[in-house]
Design a protein around this ligand. Structure first.
Ligand code: PRP
Length: 185
């Protein structure tokens, strides 16, 4: 691992400027769609932190924030759809307009679980916003109302997405150099 994370990046797929522009567009759409209704954003830890932070600040709208952490049991069991709730929301969402904010939808298993789990708590409405959609990897049908960018099936890091816990702080979405994986223990 390089001490300058930018030097580990082989290619930038979505630039910081593209993310900022799309986030503004999504913010305007959300303001219109939730006109007259305060919004409860549920940020899914950890990857969605940068997107949720920028999206909420782009909105001229009453936005409340809560967090949830979930984890799949790892690659081998992912297809089983088993998702574990690691940290629950602090507050009830009953009767509220809730927007789940995620960094990426891949197989769709995490969002399917989240939609089912949260809709059982009686929100007034429940929708999903994701920055990145890797549609060709989808295993289950799950509705995603707001999508930032569709991306190809490549392992991406940055703007919340990690490799071995790092690279989340890159301001863009990119692909790592093969040498980074070769160094892995
Ligand atoms: C990532 C991402 C989604 C999930 C998407 O989380 O943030 O929650 O995977 O994959 P799926 O559509 O195949 O379910 P990850 O488990 O990497 O956790 P993190 O956000 O803490 O990095």
């Amino acid at each position: 691992m390089n001490m300058n994370p930018h030097e580990d990046v082989a290619e930038v797929l979505v630039t910081a400027e593209e993310i900022a522009r799309r986030t503004e567009e999504l913010a305007r759409t959300l303001e219109r769609d939730y006109a007259g209704r305060p919004l409860k954003m549920v940020c899914i830890l950890k990857g969605a932190v940068p997107f949720a932070a920028d999206l909420m600040r782009a909105m001229n709208h009453p936005v409340a924030l809560d967090f949830m952490a979930v984890s799949s049991y790892g690659a081998s069991t992912k297809s089983s759809g088993v998702v574990r709730l690691l940290n629950d929301l602090d507050e009830s969402i009953e009767g509220q307009d809730v927007l789940i904010v995620e960094d990426i939808v891949d197989t769709g298993l995490t969002l399917k679980y989240l939609r089912e789990n949260l809709s059982a708590r009686g929100p007034r409405s429940l929708r999903v916003a994701v920055l990145l959609d890797k549609r060709e990897r989808r295993l289950v049908d799950v509705e995603v109302e707001y999508v930032g960018f569709r991306i190809p099936d490549r392992f991406v890091v940055g703007y919340g997405l990690d490799y071995a816990g790092f690279y989340r702080n890159l301001p863009y979405v990119g692909v790592l150099k093969p040498s980074v994986y070769e160094e892995a223990p």
